[in-house]
Design a binder for this molecule. Structure first.
Ligand code: PMP
Length: 392
């Protein structure tokens, strides 16, 4: 074979380190029998609730196994629209909703819908790892905008505006992976003002909107004038522990949804009907069901908070939401990659170097609160002991 493969795919990731070396190494060590606690990946330690699975099974047995409507079933689009209307106050109907195979496909569709080849697409750094590749995947150019530890990782309007000339879109994420920041009203108003001043599309990744420990989740779709330029990305993955079911959505202006429908017809051709029926069932279980999924992270965040308060080496970014705590380890004198590698080798704990999430994550490590409380407490204790032992 001499024919080459498409650069469209090889260019998704620029090569070199992909930031996941510690994770891969931890997996290898665990497979060869080492005692490793993995606090790396953003996946619950519980599985989808049995009643949701029963709804899925019932729907499949009732025959919802054929092609489902490409934009999503009316029932799911209506349910998602009602939920978003209730949370934002912005009028929202099924015509504002496209159901996608998870939030990742929604992120891709949203960028594909608004960015042309070569367009500049802004995103906030530190960032969820797929963001730059998703932007490259639609032929656009990813442009990071730093959020800083001294601002508790709340993006500043001035930093966005400094990068916004000639840009097409801005991608934000609240509650944030990896930093745990929940954007304040003032932050979101600054983001909205920057988008308005530079005529940017705003893509708002809200997949962690049910996991808020401090304050409240605010969607930019709720801000005056923003519903017309905002595409909200949502998902059942985090809120209902349905990561493997691959069901999410984009909510936006009707013309954008129609535009993305054409993309969906030529790519995914929709999401399985029985999965969508299970999503409707899950969403109709209300807030208690969501809180049951969120509760372990809420508890572990308190565990981390209490342990951190007893020492002075490691500082934490305010863990306001999502399933992570971002730890500032600069006082140890180690960078994030060295800290994570040594912590794995010397204490058997795997965390992600902050650098894996962009330049803004330097000097930090991200801890996923995704193991049982007792193991989490033991791992955090070992991590803090390690940090104290290497401090110069
Ligand atoms: N956005 C963020 C910030 C995430 O952390 C994730 C998953 N880890 C996603 C989107 C995509 O999730 P999914 O495709 O499972 O909905």
């Amino acid at each position: 074979m001499t024919r080459t493969l498409s650069t469209r795919i090889t260019n998704l990731t620029p090569g070199g380190s992909d930031g996941w070396e510690v994770f891969y190494r931890a997996r290898q060590m665990a497979e060869s029998g080492a005692d490793v606690i993995e606090l790396t990946i953003g996946e619950h330690d519980i599985r989808t609730a049995p009643d949701i699975l029963a709804a899925m099974d019932d729907a499949a047995r009732a025959g919802h196994t054929g092609y489902a409507a490409v934009p999503g079933t009316q029932a799911l689009r209506d349910t998602v629209a009602a939920r978003i209307a209730a949370r934002t106050g912005a009028p929202t109907t099924r015509d504002n909703i496209l159901v996608t195979p998870g939030g990742q496909a929604a992120l891709y569709a949203a960028h594909h819908a608004v960015c042309d080849e070569g367009d500049q697409a802004l995103f906030i750094d530190p960032y969820y790892t797929t963001y730059p590749g998703t932007i490259r995947g639609v032929g656009a150019q990813p442009v990071p905008v730093l959020s800083r530890p001294e601002h508790a990782f709340q993006p500043q309007r001035a930093d966005i505006e400094a990068a916004a000339d000639g840009a097409t879109s801005l991608l934000v994420n609240t509650p944030n992976n990896p930093t745990g920041a929940v954007y304040s009203r003032a932050t979101l108003e600054g983001i909205a003002a920057a988008c308005d001043a530079h005529d940017l599309w705003l893509i708002s990744d809200e997949v962690y909107d049910t996991q808020v420990w401090d304050g409240a989740h605010l969607s930019p779709r709720a801000l005056p004038g923003m519903a017309e330029r905002t595409l909200v990305v949502g998902s059942m993955s985090k809120s209902h522990a349905m990561t493997g079911s691959r069901v999410g959505w984009v909510c936006g202006p009707e013309v954008v949804i129609d535009h993305m429908l054409n993309l969906a017809t030529h790519t995914t051709y929709g999401v399985p009907g029985y999965i969508q029926d299970a999503a409707v069932f899950a969403l109709n279980q209300g807030k208690d069901a969501e809180e049951r999924v969120a509760a372990p992270f809420r508890r572990r965040r308190t565990i981390a908070h209490d342990l951190l308060a007893r020492q002075e080496v490691v500082r934490a970014a305010p863990a306001q939401g999502a399933m992570y705590v971002m730890l500032d380890i600069r006082a140890t004198g180690l960078g994030g990659v060295d800290f994570a590698n040594r912590l794995l080798d010397e204490a058997g704990i795997a965390v992600m170097p902050g650098d894996s999430f962009g330049a803004g994550g330097a000097g930090h490590v991200r801890v996923a609160m995704t193991v049982a409380d007792t193991a989490f407490e033991a791992a955090m204790t070992r991590l803090l002991d390690f940090a104290a032992s290497v401090r110069p």
